[in-house]
Design a protein. Structure first.
Length: 224
């Protein structure tokens, strides 16, 4: 609200008999002040608006905001937040729609479309993640329901394999983690890698098969 104040002040003088002069102009009425409102429109997610194809060997059960997907490899469930909803079209495709127009709804739109697609692909085709052990004496074996890693520690590292995952070791240095839950596969593979992340000088450690390790040049010796 704009207001203008104009003042003129003259110091008093006992000898001249001048009087103080102080003038204040009143601000304009409140009704004359205008306010403008701007509606913020959220763009639709490019990933969220894509349809999801459902194979013939996958069964979809939708009850309110709860989704259950069942296929030949397993069964998964997901609960949607109130910002988005899942719709099944007559053509058989699934679509994730926003129920409100907010920034969070725009974020949830693309996220839950991806999660839904991962569920459908997971129970029908499955996912896998491959790791490679690089280093002298580094090796891995599967003993029952445990993955045993020798990574240069004083003792072997034993990891319990989740029931929904399958772990296969080839050539003692190549690990393949497969299953129908993509998030669980990624979490288990990340835990294996965390025991000995690849170092940048010689590249020793546990890395993903498609991972590129940026190498550093070692320290040069002292020149004589």
């Amino acid at each position: 609200m704009a207001s203008s104040v104009v003042s003129s002040f003259q110091p008093s003088s006992a000898f001249l008999g001048d009087r103080n002069v102080f003038k204040v102009s009143t601000p304009p009425p409140f009704s004359q002040v205008g306010f403008s409102s701007k509606i913020i429109e959220c763009k639709e997610s490019r990933i969220g608006k894509q349809p999801i194809a459902v194979p013939s060997n996958v069964t979809i059960a939708l009850e309110g905001q709860d989704l259950k997907v069942k296929g030949p490899l397993g069964e998964l469930a997901l609960t949607y937040p109130r910002e988005v909803e899942l719709l099944k079209e007559d053509s058989g495709f699934l679509r994730v729609k926003k129920t409100i127009e907010t920034r969070r709804a725009n974020q949830m739109h693309g996220l839950f479309r991806t999660l839904t697609d991962n569920m459908v692909v997971g129970v029908s085709k499955g996912f896998e993640k491959k790791l490679i052990l690089v280093g002298v004496g580094y090796r891995a074996t599967v003993e029952g329901k445990e993955l045993v890693l020798n990574l240069g520690f004083s003792h072997p590292v034993k990891m319990q394999i989740p029931g929904s995952l399958k772990v296969k070791v080839e050539e003692n240095t190549r690990i393949t983690v497969s299953g129908y839950d993509k998030s669980e596969i990624g979490q288990f593979a990340a835990t294996v890698r965390k025991w000995r992340p690849p170092e940048p000088y010689k590249g020793k450690g546990v890395k993903y098969s498609d991972e590129i390790v940026r190498r550093k040049e070692g320290k040069a010796g002292k020149k004589k």
